[in-house]
Ligand binder design. Structure first.
Ligand SMILES: [Zn+2]
Length: 233
């Protein structure tokens, strides 16, 4: 007997949710806790949490992190969770700028054989460590300097140097990014500010417009060979 397959699937950054083909119970499988993986689910047997039937799930969405975070905002808008909208929007921007920075400093140099595999792994770790505590406005500034200025990244040594001194690329005070970031700080910190629907919508619209523009202008996405192992088969 073949394993029944669920056809009704909803995926987001954290969860893989499906209807059980047997009892129609809506199962929410958390990727980390229940499925124990953060890679793309192409086929996986699971057990219904209600009737214990074994069935299979597939049809995952190979999206970039920023896209999950941003498009989840529309669910939050529906359920009037405007605070979460603002937090997700700022996080989507951060994820996008981090991806763009990685493209410039790691993916492109690796593809063009300026750095090898072991340097790629080592520098990925370094870049993450050096940028870990940087917030959205910092990442935006680094992104802008890397993409709009002529920073020479022709050799391994130059890349190592830029990554080492990445914090020096500084902060930026772009009005629109700052607007999202200020609102995010009000929501996410002590004040726990409750934004209005209009404020949340404005935030999402801005982030979406900015990300789409940069993504298209600079072809920013994760090249296939850099997706987590086993995620694309
Ligand atoms: Zn069931």
């Amino acid at each position: 007997m073949t394993t029944p397959l669920s056809t009704d699937t909803k995926t987001d950054y954290e969860n893989f949710s499906v209807t059980c083909p047997s009892c129609k119970f809506w199962n929410i499988f958390n990727r980390v806790t229940d499925l124990k993986t953060t890679t793309l689910i192409t086929f996986r047997e699971v057990m219904c949490e209600e009737c214990k039937t074994i069935f299979a799930i597939n049809g995952d969405n190979a999206s970039e992190k920023w896209s999950y975070l941003l498009f989840e905002c529309y669910d939050y808008l529906q359920s009037k969770r405007y605070m979460q909208c603002v937090l997700n929007t700022a996080q989507a921007l951060e994820a996008f700028f981090y991806l763009a920075i990685k493209k410039k400093l790691l993916f492109d140099p690796r593809i063009n054989q300026v750095i090898g595999n072991s340097e790629f792994n080592e520098l990925s770790k370094k870049l993450y460590e050096n940028i870990e505590n940087n917030t959205c406005p910092d990442l935006y500034k680094i992104f802008k300097r890397l993409y709009y200025e002529t920073i020479n990244l022709d050799t391994k040594e130059k890349i190592i140097d830029v990554i080492k001194n990445i914090k020096k690329l500084g902060k930026d005070f772009d009005e629109t990014i700052t607007h999202v970031w200020k609102l995010r700080c009000r929501v996410g910190r002590k004040e726990a500010y409750r934004p209005t629907k209009e404020e949340a919508e404005k935030c999402i619209a801005f982030a979406r417009k900015a990300i789409m523009k940069f993504a298209i202008d600079f072809k920013i996405s994760t090249p296939i060979q850099f997706w987590p192992q086993g995620s694309l088969k």
